[in-house]
Design a protein around this ligand. Structure first.
Ligand code: LLP
Length: 426
């Protein structure tokens, strides 16, 4: 994202944040389209263009809107979905169903039916129960589903416990006990309406070290070898999940190649040694595509100084548009956007307007003397902000604007009170 300061005002990709706030109101999610495209291009450069027979499936849960999915489509990227709602959004955005990959630990029969009826390209199956359900849904329709098994590699990755998914005690994936995984693989290979293709893992999110990815990969390749030895079956696809970390404050984002290059080297060496054609390789990044492209603009309201304790600066949003600080103790950076050139002389705590003491967006941040009516920008809010937003306290979900080269376009309208009451029966 190109951030500049002109006349004391923060600009994003050539657009004044003050003008955006005036035009669309606050809170407001602002995304740099150039940054989004840049991230997708990085993935193409370092992955799909570099290695043949590879795909990127953007994990839409990070930011699921028709505009984002359209952008992925234009860039030749696939998408990973985890619910009927995300499938529906992808279909409404015009996504070709065969470019959609369906994950999730408890896919509902109705969601599987919807996916089979649309012709979704991949089913990342999470249990034997799901496999049987999918087989029967496909059988009833005379269709075949392309299936990968999500395995639980049993590795620990270094992230918040809620974002770690690859450890053995996990609700995700099929455990790798011999008597559990191999009978399921056999069943998948033999199922008449299942085209079994291979395996999937996702070790966790917001990672800066590739160790857990590489450990999980080794475990997966071991399963691949066993499947070949036991059933004479060659897998045709592997999915390495997402999880690449991003910069919120001082973390140093590693390029996608830091994770991908060593994994691809191992995969290529492994299949060469086995004398088998390398299967297709898919990745599912979410956060690293959208986080840093997004920022949230708020208007400062009440300011409260608790003598000798702290100064609370309240903004007109909070945990309803960004639950991450409350849920994961996530740390963000921000700036008074209409005083972007002024010295940061005061240390304050930026809080939201919800009736929760935990509704704190940023603790102890140095800012330029904040006053009511100022505009406050929080950076790197593009992932899991809008997509985890809620109507708690009946706060409407903010609008989303895309900016690019000095132009802005509204991609999601602000919710109205009427929108929130739509399903209520009076
Ligand atoms: N693939 C699968 C199967 C996943 O479960 C996830 C994320 C991804 C891909 C994308 O991972 P990413 O590249 O975004 O790290 N709400 C949390 C993050 C939860 C991630 C869940 N799964 C947060 O705000 O940090």
């Amino acid at each position: 994202m190109i951030r500049e300061v002109k006349n004391n005002v923060l600009y994003v990709d050539g657009c004044s944040t003050v003008d955006l706030a005036k035009k669309y109101g606050t809170p407001l999610y602002v995304y740099s389209e150039n940054e989004l495209i840049g991230r997708l291009e990085e993935l193409k450069r370092d992955f799909t263009s570099k290695y043949e027979n590879t795909r990127v499936a953007y994990a839409s849960k990070a930011f699921c809107t028709a505009a984002m999915l359209k952008l992925c489509m234009e860039q030749g990227i696939c998408t990973d979905v985890v619910s009927g709602g995300e499938i529906y959004t992808a279909m409404k955005a015009g996504f070709p169903p065969e470019r959609v990959e369906f994950n999730g630990n408890n896919k509902q029969p109705s969601e599987l039916e919807l996916a089979v009826d649309y012709g979704v390209g991949r089913f990342i199956v999470d249990s034997l129960q799901e496999l049987s359900l999918l087989e029967s849904i496909c059988a009833a329709r005379g269709k075949t589903a392309n299936v990968l098994f999500r395995i639980t590699p049993g590795v620990r990755s270094d992230s918040h416990d809620y974002m770690v998914t690859g450890k053995k005690d996990s609700k995700f994936g099929i455990p790798l006990d011999e008597d559990v995984i191999y009978p399921q693989v056999k069943q998948a290979i033999e199922a008449p309406h299942i085209n079994f293709m291979g395996f999937h893992f996702h070790v966790g999110s917001q990672l800066f070290d590739n160790t857990s990815h590489l450990q999980a990969l080794d475990i997966m390749l071991d399963v691949v070898k066993n499947v070949k030895e036991r059933f004479g079956f060659d897998v045709t696809e592997l999915n390495l999940g997402g999880g690449f970390g991003v910069t919120y404050t001082t973390e140093e984002r590693k390029p996608a190649s830091y994770f991908l290059q060593p994994m691809m080297a191992r995969i290529e060496a492994f299949f060469e040694e086995m004398g088998v054609k390398r299967p297709a390789v898919v990745i599912e990044p979410g956060r690293s595509v959208v986080a840093e492209a997004g920022m949230t603009l708020y208007t400062i309201g009440s300011i409260k100084e608790i003598r000798d304790v702290r100064k609370y600066v309240s903004v007109d949003g909070g945990m309803t548009d960004n639950i991450r600080p409350a849920l994961y103790q996530a740390v963000y950076d921000g700036v008074v956007a209409n005083k972007a050139d002024e010295p940061k002389e005061e240390v304050v705590t930026v809080c939201g307007k919800c009736c929760e003491s935990g509704d704190i967006l940023i603790r102890d941040i140095a800012v330029a003397r904040p006053e009511s009516g100022d505009l406050f920008a929080v950076f790197s809010t593009g992932a899991y902000g809008f997509s985890m937003a809620s109507n708690y306290n009946r706060n409407p979900i903010p609008a989303v604007v895309f900016v690019r080269d000095g132009k802005d376009r509204l991609v999601v309208k602000r919710q109205t009170y009427e929108d929130m009451m739509r399903n209520e029966i009076l």
